[in-house]
Design a protein around this ligand. Structure first.
Ligand code: NAD
Ligand code: ZN
Length: 246
């Protein structure tokens, strides 16, 4: 067996034994968890959308001062999501959660694929792209109203998805609940996030439990974790799940 395969296999066994002996497991996911469902992440190599950095569009400034671009960006993402389904990794987490092997999932993803994959206890730390409101008066709006670029029927304000934009605070309840879960955890598994975005990137440091990092790209910054697995989210979870089936 090649050295690389051997170490992946050792890592899989280590994650399996950590999962078996832990009582309060919390999962934290990022955009890399959804790439295998066909949703591009933000910071991997390769263009995202029209060669525009999403970070310049996903802002309060863009919403207020460059609404055409903001609207086009989110409409593109909302429509792209219609053709995406959860992958086996989402389903595995759903099954593990239903069996009581996982206490909680905290995600930065706005696609709701964890729920579609069968997970129940999920906090959306960056909101969701599937519900909408007026940016001015906060009245609820529909997906059709947003996609048609209509104005708010109450105050004529700009409509937007319920995502957390750069420059906005995270949803308070989701943040506090996830933080409590992480503080109680004896195992935190972080999957598919570059950990570049504050404050979510602080969460793995706030547990006294063991920490695991699963990501396609890993570097020296990740030596903080007790276990680092360089691999795809789906493949890694499938390999661990197979050990539980034996
Ligand atoms: P990211 O793109 O920064 O990082 C994704 C990571 O996943 C990368 O390190 C990549 O190597 C890894 N990866 C890719 N495919 C993988 C796979 N199949 N398996 C395992 N790892 C894989 O995404 P992030 O860390 O989630 O970004 C943080 C947050 O920034 C986002 O969730 C989002 O809320 C926010 N953001 C939002 C927008 C927006 O449009 N609202 C735009 C940019 C960033
Ligand atoms: Zn309004």
């Amino acid at each position: 067996m090649k050295q690389e395969n051997l170490s992946f296999s050792t890592d899989i066994h280590e994650l399996y034994s950590l999962l078996k002996k832990s009582n309060h497991v919390v999962i934290l996911t990022g955009a890399g968890f959804s790439t295998e469902s066909g949703i591009p992440d933000f910071r991997s190599k390769g263009g995202w959308w029209k060669n525009i950095d999403p970070l310049t569009v996903a802002t309060v400034n863009a919403l207020e001062d460059n609404y055409d671009l903001f609207h086009e960006f989110y409409s593109f993402r909302i429509k792209a999501l219609e053709n995406c389904a959860p992958h086996e990794g989402h389903h595995i987490l759903g099954r593990w959660q239903n069996k009581g092997m996982i206490a909680h999932i905290a995600t930065q993803n706005v696609d709701e694929l964890h729920e579609k994959g069968g997970s129940s206890s999920v906090d959306h730390l960056h909101g969701t792209i599937l519900s909408y409101r007026c940016h001015e008066c906060q009245s609820e709006a529909s997906k059709i109203e947003f996609l048609k670029k209509e104005s708010c029927s109450h105050c004529s304000g700009k409509l937007r998805p319920n995502v957390t934009l750069f420059g906005e605070a995270l949803p308070d309840q989701a943040w506090k609940h996830s933080l409590r879960q992480i503080q109680q955890a004896d195992l935190v598994i972080v999957i598919g996030t570059s950990l570049q975005v504050y404050p979510v990137n602080q969460l793995p440091t706030m547990t006294r439990g063991k920490t695991v990092y699963i990501n396609k790209e890993v570097n020296d910054e990740h030596t903080f974790f007790d276990l680092v697995i360089k691999g795809s989210a789906k493949e890694t979870l499938m390999k661990v799940d197979q050990l539980f089936e034996k």
